[in-house]
Design a protein around this ligand. Structure first.
Ligand code: KG4
Ligand code: ZN
Length: 340
């Protein structure tokens, strides 16, 4: 082990993924994610069940992360954990575990804001990933968040806009549920959309000032549209699934791209990063590539495993804070609402 090698164990438990990662400086040695499938039968995350599953998963997941990284816990330099935002019962599991282990090993504890982590995931050193330079605009798109953030430096971020109601991933998942698709429906809408006509069924775009978003109206208009069509033809959904999915996805992408264009216009910043589970969407990736050619943007999408909730992104923030000796005290508490 060289003296400049710092080993950070990171723990993420904010929602329904229990994850642990080991980083050596800014490189990921392991990134283990236990996705909780129990929620699928309920069509959404059940907080109490999530908390219990984290309690079952956390020890084996941390063991696996250490084993995969081939690191003994006595060589760890610090422990980073997600303090928030997220579900309180879920956050408490990771927070308590991280605090106890740091205390037991006598090493520093580092608290991490999950939203910062989605953004700073772009700085994980990986041969297949290039990092943006400052300043850049970061769009975080997931089942829990929808934000456009101006990033001036690692820990100098300003939220320019965010959703006033549902997150974009919820818009995908709730629309999918209306079509009878299983949870989480986002990837299925993406799949069917690729075979459909995006202009088949026009849905209205919400009128929201500035850089904020709203997705709850879209869900309602899809609901009324589907109900009306099914009354006319009970087989409407199955006969038109590809076109419906393509139209829903097209509307969501138009909403996102309109706001991004406005953010670029307002700030003059043309470097764009995306993160969060919805960044896996093939449509948004294609639209960003298009914008590179037509609008002169430079866009960055991290590897998929660093887009969805994962501990590697918590680890990179842990490492950056470790360099600044920005450590947390043992009496630190989890924070369900934790802004950037
Ligand atoms: O980041 P993530 O794993 O967890 C949260 O923090 O929410 O994001 C999950 C969300 C779900 O809403 C899921 O439907 C959506 O990401 N998602 C997608 C795709 N893959 C995942 N949405 C649209 N297209 C996809 N390909
Ligand atoms: Zn997240």
């Amino acid at each position: 082990m060289k003296s400049q090698e710092n080993f950070i164990l990171a723990i993420e438990s904010s929602c329904d993924d229990t994850s642990a990662a080991v980083l050596c400086n800014d490189k990921v040695l392991s990134n283990v994610v236990a996705t909780q499938h129990i929620h699928e039968q309920y069509g959404g995350v059940v907080p109490e069940l999530a908390s219990r599953a984290h309690q079952q998963n956390i020890v084996p997941v941390v063991h696996q992360a250490l084993a995969k990284a081939n690191i003994d816990k006595k060589h760890l330099s610090a422990i980073a954990f997600t303090r928030g935002p997220g579900l309180m019962g879920s956050l408490l599991v990771g927070t308590s575990f991280a605090k106890s282990l740091a205390l037991g090993l006598g090493i520093p504890l580092i608290e991490v804001n999950h939203m910062q982590a989605h953004i700073l995931a772009h700085f994980i050193k990986d041969e297949n990933q290039t990092s943006p330079s400052f300043p850049f605009l970061a769009m975080t798109l997931s089942g829990g968040h929808t934000q456009i953030v101006q990033v001036n430096a690692n820990f100098d971020m300003e939220i320019l806009g965010q959703t006033l109601d549902d997150a974009v991933g919820e818009a995908f998942d709730k629309s999918a549920k209306l079509l009878g698709l299983p949870y989480p429906g986002g990837p299925l809408i993406d799949k069917y959309a690729q075979e459909g006509n995006p202009k088949a069924f026009p849905f209205p775009k919400p009128k929201v000032d500035g850089l904020n978003f709203s997705f709850s109206g879209l869900k309602t208009s899809i609901l009324y549209f589907v109900q009306k069509k099914v009354r006319e033809n009970p087989r409407f959904i199955e006969e038109n699934l590809n076109d419906i999915c393509a139209s829903i996805q097209f509307t969501i992408l138009e909403i996102l791209m309109d706001k991004l264009k406005l953010a670029v216009k307002q700030t003059g910043i043309k470097q764009i990063t995306i993160g969060g589970g919805v960044a896996a969407n093939s449509g948004i990736r294609a639209r960003l590539k298009e914008a590179e050619n037509s609008l002169g943007w430079k866009t960055y999408t991290p590897k998929f495993e660093y887009c969805t909730d994962n501990a590697a992104m918590i680890g990179i923030v842990g490492y950056l804070k470790f360099l600044e000796k920005d450590f947390a005290a043992q009496n630190i508490a989890a924070k369900a609402r934790y802004t950037l």
